[in-house]
Design a protein around this ligand. Structure first.
Ligand code: HEC
Ligand code: HEC
Length: 148
């Protein structure tokens, strides 16, 4: 009887030890803080200075925002991005106009204004800071998109 109790216990211990070994370098982004303490407030990084459009890495990529967006409100009444990027304003502001895909709603109907699912621009488009990547990434842009 005793044997049948010990065998699973020993196996479980071994499994725990090997899982810990595999987990090795994995650590939480919160650092080694206890669960009941608050995280450190992350340092704010500087936004990159405004510049020309940033080369895309793949065709369907939402282009990265090459300018600062601090104070650009997007809410029920106002969408600051559209002040420059809408079809009626882009010429005057020199900004790229939003693409036709932004007028199609989720049922596939073409609307005469930005579709609700494209209204909150920063859901997909993000301004840039100079930060070290958190994880190593070996992604390479699509050959046909590389200009240099
Ligand atoms: C004051 C005008 C203005 C406002 C407001 C503005 N932009 Fe822009 N945006 C520009 C200009 C100008 C460019 C650069 C166009 C160029 O050089 O070809 C640009 C470029 C971009 C691009 C890159 C386009 C590409 O083809 O690579 C994205 C994406 C973008 N803006 C998103 C946004 C979003 C999202 C907001 C709101 C949070 C916003 N912009 C607010 C003027 C503006
Ligand atoms: C759900 C994600 C999503 C949202 C929300 C969104 N976009 Fe986009 N945007 C994209 C993708 C993906 C592309 C590239 C493919 C395409 O043109 O549809 C793009 C392309 C663009 C371009 C480049 C157009 C071109 O002709 O090269 C601009 C400018 C832009 N978006 C601005 C905006 C603005 C301004 C808003 C808010 C009103 C917005 N986007 C909301 C995903 C999004």
């Amino acid at each position: 009887m005793k044997k049948s109790v010990w065998a699973p216990t020993v196996l479980m211990c071994l499994a725990t030890i090997s899982l810990q070994t595999i987990a090795g370098d994995v650590y939480s982004l919160r650092g080694s803080k206890e669960l009941n303490t608050n995280s450190d407030i992350p340092k704010m990084k500087k936004w990159q200075p405004d510049r020309d459009p940033i080369t895309r890495d793949y065709l369907q990529q939402p282009p990265l925002i090459p300018h600062k967006t601090e104070g650009y409100a997007i809410n029920l009444r106002n969408n600051k991005c559209l002040n420059c990027h809408s079809w009626s304003n882009y010429k005057e502001s020199g900004a790229t106009k939003i693409s036709l895909t932004h007028f199609k709603n989720r049922a596939g109907n073409e609307l005469s204004n930005v579709a609700p699912r494209r209204y909150f621009c920063t859901q997909c488009h993000v301004p840039q800071v100079s930060a070290k990547p958190i994880a190593k990434n070996t992604f390479r842009p699509l050959h046909s998109l590389v200009t240099e």
